[in-house]
Design a protein around this ligand. Sequence first.
Ligand code: GDP
Ligand code: MG
Length: 597
Amino acid sequence: MEKIRNFCIIAHIDHGKSTLADRLLDFTGSVTEREKQDQLLDNMDLERERGITIKSHAIQMDYVHNGEKYVLNLIDTPGHVDFSYEVSRSIAACEGALLVVDAAQSIQAQTISNLYLALENDLEIIPVLNKVDLPSANPEEVTDDIVDLLGCSPEDVIPASAKTGLGIQDILTAIIERVPAPKGNPNESLQALVFDSVYNPFRGVETYFRVVNGEITKGQKIKFVATGKSYEADEIGTLKLTQVPKKKISTGDVGYLITGIKDAREVKVGDTITDSAHPTKNPIGGFEDVKPMVFAGIYPVDTEDFEDLRSSMEKLQLNDASLVFTPESSAALGFGFRCGFLGMLHMEIIQERLEREFDMTVITTVPNVSYHAYTTKGDEKPIIVNNPSDLPDPSTIDRVEEPYIKATIITKADFVGNVMSLCIEKRGQIVNQTYLTTERVELIFDMPLAEIVFDFYDRLKTVSKGYASFDYSPIGMRQSKLVRVDILLNAQPVDALSALVHFDNAYHIGKKMCEKLKELIPRQQFDIPIQAAIGSKIISRETIKALRKDVTAKCYGGDISRKRKLLEKQKKGKKRMRQVGNVEIPQQAFMAVLKLN
Ligand code: GDP
Ligand code: MG
């Protein structure tokens, strides 16, 4: 136990977390030449392509310091706010954290939010000033910023370059000398924290855990406290670049467990693993069931593919427990599913995986957050509104609540005005404004989640010329004046285009929606009126003019193969369209409400 160090790397996105992890693996000889590949910890293809770590992973390194052998467990954390609960559990599995700060960018919003998580868990913080090789680096200034933030001394900050390898030795020494060894009692009943799980199609769910007390042995009858289910520990081991099976994993160490579980939902991040016969009386604190934050309908483009879509979603859920879905039907789109996601990135990932791994072509409807509606009947429990069409009749509604978040934005002093206007436009209320330095300002707003999950981040980058970073955490439900704006095409309401919006913005949004749909819906053989309505009241109207579109008209008879090519091209263009009544609606139209600016 004295020779184990459990640590994580926390950083704002792009400050060099993955690159540093790779350098540590190199330096400790944890990878062979053959295995070398950039960003080893980012497993999924999607992660590599997007340059982000979606799921957290762990890896064990051996390192000799002053003639003594040490085991270093690096627990990687996802770098996106959609997965913040997993970040918090990974952090809870560690005693120390490398706080990586880009020497050109200095402290950003995620640096601070991750730091708070680490401090809440009493982690020893080792500040690393990364990218000192960059010509644009400001090592002195940024070191001062770090010293101000942490209250440490400048000597505690390790200058490094994950690119050139500078400082890697110092970082390893600091991990051993500054991060405390795990504490815990090997004689107590088993208590292990689940900080991650990965689905393997051949071996079932692999559970990653950190032993807090006691030990886990191969073949042991174990129990997951939150789910109450017991299993046999078929295989346990440590996580090198490949898995190394072991007979036991002792107090303080990190490992994986395979029990033959085939459904990801049976393993919950944050749960406690204990001995089935002698269960612990004190499960590890901080367990939460993760809740989806964003909901959207997913429909097959071809209505006949509904059953295929269902089985694809079921398979996806086996390996991504945070995906939830229930069947729903839409007057416009037929049968599909209302799906819950952790956030917009998670939604994009699911959509992409459905297309790539399951060859499905789907239409996704406009996402919304989850609202609570209370009717005038005075019922105690709210009606949960995950779909605008679930909103009760306005005449029966007493009040509607929506989820709020605390947003932390760090920007340059020059852009404070722009950022403020944007946040106020998004119904934000300023809570605090702090000058971190004369140049850099931290702004804290309370804002409706609905306003930030969609295009907020892109707008923020634009108004701050890229000099703003952003992070958020939920702060509960608050009452809001919300109404449903419906869209009618050809005088028929299209339920899949309805949106819940704040009353003050409803007219503006209705008008913009009509304009946007006019742009996005291709002209057809007849006029298509587009209307926006609140209840029975029409608030806006546009018309898509008829157009006779005969793509083959241009080919003066003759060339049949050219004709066929054109027809095929037109067919392909149709792929992501849905026929609603006699109007063809392209996928972008269903997302139009998100892109009104
Ligand atoms: P992450 O998002 O924190 O995991 O960041 P990455 O490790 O993916 O790094 C982001 C970018 O910064 C990549 O293009 C890296 O090659 C680059 N990078 C990381 N560390 C250094 C460094 O020390 N020096 C320089 N010049 N570039 C670096
Ligand atoms: Mg990364």
